[in-house]
Design a protein around this ligand. Structure first.
Ligand SMILES: Cc1ncc(COP(=O)(O)O)c(C=O)c1O
Length: 401
């Protein structure tokens, strides 16, 4: 009998982490590598937030276990955030806090999925969604979107994918990996479909809420369609907008019975999220927010730079996304061509491997996110480096024969 659990056979290590590791290894071997694989801001956590964490440690507030799914002060700050920014009313008993958005998502899916349940995931998707669904023994149902539609799911495609077994729709806007964000009207068209199917819950992953450009207005599904409030889990966190990926704090608001089940699961796995990080997150949510606009100005410039340079590149096509810090160019036009090494490019996996080998630029292949041939660029790196990386991509594509 095999020693490892059968459930592990269903999943694979995160492709984005694999690419980052590969780039790190090449760098350690002395190669000049530009990593565009990792999904985190290149800015530091703002000073006031760092100080709040330090104060929590020095005052002894971080020494002990806290309430399993979050200190009351953080839950209160989250409730204020939901009201202020999303017009959503969640009581503290409807709020849960975990070690990053990923743990909160994991808790929600583990607490609700049974074998045979289906979860609809628009593709391309964040790599962890299908694997957590598989780990829970349920079935991920990918709904492919199209580049021509800006990688946004059409309501008809959702309607067609829904069955009696559908338990969740995972709705991520702005999206990792495409940066696509849905307008209020586009969300309404999706929620109208869901109103006809009362068995389907919405997991609204709002992790990139604050990272939107060109006056784009962010909306969350339960805000657009209050009729879905009782079957929506609104997921968010401090990782991306507050540059706190290392602190590991994510949270969600939803119906009390679901929140309670998620806390039970967490009580038997990790217990409370890091106490100092919880106090720092109170400061993040309640403190000054002006640095977000400053960061967004830089992100927007980088997005525009990337989109312009990639669209001038032979064989690539890159839509201009509304948010997050990703672009998702198609490399369809490069398929079948030969790289400088002589290797014929048969897939986006070949494309990214040859690009890394020839030019030292690390990106993630689109098939890892469920839709290729394409690749994801994270533009959360210093602008001169990003520009140099785009120049190298242009050279690589120009040299294909
Ligand atoms: C779409 C999306 N949701 C959730 C998360 C989880 O964020 P974290 O666990 O770092 O808070 C990420 C992180 O990459 C993400 O891209």
């Amino acid at each position: 009998m095999a020693f490892l659990a059968e459930s592990l056979l269903r999943i694979k290590p995160s492709a984005t982490i694999a690419v980052t590791d590969m780039a790190r290894a090449l760098k350690a071997a002395g190669r000049d590598v530009i990593g565009l694989g990792v999904g985190e801001p290149d800015f530091d956590t703002p000073e006031n937030i760092r100080q709040a964490g330090i104060r929590a440690i020095e005052s002894g507030k971080a020494s002990k276990y806290t309430a399993v799914d979050g200190i009351p002060e953080l839950k209160a700050a989250i409730a204020r955030k939901f009201k202020r920014e999303n017009g959503l009313d969640y009581k503290p008993t409807q709020i849960t806090v975990g070690a990053g958005g990923k743990q909160v998502l994991f808790n929600a899916l583990m607490a609700t999925l049974n074998p045979g349940d289906e979860v609809i995931i628009p593709a391309p998707y964040w790599v962890s969604y299908p694997d957590i669904v598989l780990l829970a023994g349920a079935i991920p149902v990918a709904v492919e979107t199209r580049l021509e539609h800006g990688f946004k799911m059409k309501p008809q495609a959702l309607e067609q994918a829904i069955t009696k077994s559908t338990k969740w729709l995972i709705f991520n806007s702005p999206s990792n990996p495409t940066g696509a964000a849905y307008t209020r009207d586009e969300i309404k068209a999706i929620t109208d479909v869901l109103m006809r199917h009362p068995q389907v819950w919405v997991l609204a992953d709002d992790m990139y809420e604050h990272l939107v450009y060109d006056d784009f207005e962010f909306y969350s599904p339960a805000q657009v369609e209050p009729g879905l409030y009782e079957r929506t889990l609104t997921l968010n966190g401090v990782s991306k907008a507050y540059c706190m990926t290392g602190w590991r704090i994510g949270y969600a608001g939803g119906p009390e019975h679901l929140i309670k089940a998620m806390a039970t699961l967490q009580s038997q796995s990790t217990t409370n999220p890091n106490a100092a990080a919880q106090w720092a997150s109170v400061e993040a949510l309640d403190g000054p927010q002006d640095f977000i606009a400053e960061h967004n100005k830089v992100f927007k410039e980088r997005r525009d730079l990337c989109v312009a340079m990639l669209n001038q590149t032979k064989g690539l096509k890159c839509p201009k996304p509304e948010g997050a810090f990703y672009v998702y160019p198609s490399c369809h036009g490069a398929m079948g061509r030969s790289a400088p090494s002589g290797k014929k490019l048969a897939s986006d996996q070949d494309f990214v491997t040859e690009l890394l080998g020839a030019e030292g630029v690390a990106v993630v292949e689109g098939t890892a996110f469920g839709l290729g041939p394409a690749f994801r660029i994270s533009y959360a790196v210093a602008t001169p480096q990003l520009e140099e990386a785009c120049r190298r991509i242009q050279r690589f594509c120009g040299n294909l024969s």
